[in-house]
Ligand binder design. Structure first.
Ligand code: PEP
Ligand code: MN
Length: 354
């Protein structure tokens, strides 16, 4: 990590970048509020031989000892990353709610849910709401419904056109990336693909914001190393998602590891989202765990909502009924305030939310 002096000129920054790249290392510029930092990733010896300390504009050169580099808090000097997703902010003081059905099933189901999600976010798009829905579904059984694929993407595009909500949708296979990029504002990487490194690199190269779910049995360090695969391609728009991990407990589907929220914030500058729906596998646990996540300081939640949950093709037991969603949002908002965050994207719009 090369920390530039506050007085460093753009030319001095460029000279350092050129020198780092001249030895075959990658160089990433991280522009902070006060300081510019250059992350140099490559052979440590080669970079050291450049003797950058003493170069005009350079304040100091600091090795990052953690195995994850661009994801580490150190590189941003404790400053939080705030992502801009189609005008919705994720991270920092903002609280985002990503809501929608598990999977896109029909035009009516998708558009109806999208309108309900939009309306729960208040007038004028004041709330940090995003719409989720799977067109490509990672199913445990190869015989289960696998998603509508391209037709699902078309319906998501229609939901976006009608509501203005940014779209969060999963890619399982890099071969589907091109059509998904046409509609997705955020690409979801499912828990089962967290360590699909070629997919992570491909999504990194696409530059599309990514929501990276924690693997079923992955440590936080492994999650950050997976994020690093996306970041190292120059894609800085990564949010992490705790969605429950495997433990010995069988009373619920997964164990939601809420300690991951404050601990990840000590490790990384990236926003941390919590998915209570897939952790619980039961709708009665979604409200208490959403409130707990918000109060613990999560940057947002991702929850499943369906107009008629009992008829849902997948994850019927955990989807929230759409007609209860507005009340759900109101309670989560109060908990987010406890956690120091607001669903309002623009403080001047206070009152725009119900
Ligand atoms: C999902 O969000 O639709 C999903 C399948 O989640 P996960 O990858 O966390 O199981
Ligand atoms: Mn689901």
């Amino acid at each position: 990590m090369i920390v530039m002096k506050p007085t460093a000129t753009p030319q001095e920054v460029q000279t350092v970048l050129d020198r780092v790249r001249s030895v075959g290392a990658r160089a990433h510029v991280i522009n902070g509020d006060e300081l510019t930092v250059i992350g140099a990733i490559g052979d440590r010896e080669h970079v050291a031989r450049l003797e950058l300390e003493g170069t005009p504009g350079v304040d100091r050169v600091v090795p990052i000892l953690k195995p994850y580099k661009l994801a580490s808090n150190q590189i941003k000097h404790g400053q939080r990353s705030v992502l801009d997703i189609g005008g919705r902010k994720v991270g920092g003081p903002h609280f985002a709610i990503i809501a929608g059905p598990c999977t896109v099933e029909s035009r009516e189901q998708t558009l109806q849910t999208a309108r309900i999600v939009r309306d729960a976010g208040g007038a004028g798009g004041a709330g940090g709401m995003l719409f989720r829905g799977g067109a490509y579904k990672p199913r445990t059984s190869p015989y289960a419904f696998q998603g509508l694929g391209q037709e699902g993407l078309r319906l998501l595009a229609e939901a976006k056109a009608q509501t203005g909500l940014p779209i969060v949708t999963e890619v399982m296979d890099a071969r589907d990336l091109e059509p998904v990029l046409e509609v997705a504002d955020v690409i979801q990487i499912g828990a089962r693909n967290m360590q699909n490194y070629s997919l992570l690199s491909e999504i990194g190269r696409s530059g599309c914001p990514a929501l990276l779910k924690r693997g079923l049995s992955s440590t936080l360090e492994e999650l950050l190393m997976a994020a690093e695969y996306i970041l190292k391609e120059g894609n800085e728009a990564v949010m992490l998602c705790e969605r429950g991990i495997r433990t010995f407990e069988t009373a619920y589907r997964f164990t939601l590891d809420l300690m991951a929220v404050p601990v990840l914030k000590q490790m990384t500058h990236l926003p941390v989202i919590v998915d209570p729906s897939h952790a619980a596998g039961r709708r009665d646990l979604v409200m208490p765990m959403s409130l707990a996540a918000a109060a613990a300081g999560a940057d947002g939640i991702i929850v499943e909502v369906h107009p008629r949950p009992d008829e849902a093709i997948c994850d019927a037991a955990q989807q929230l009924p759409a007609d209860e969603f507005a009340d759900f949002v109101e309670r989560v908002q109060a908990a987010a305030a406890v956690g120091g965050k607001s669903l309002l994207q623009d403080p001047t719009m206070t009152g725009a939310l119900r």
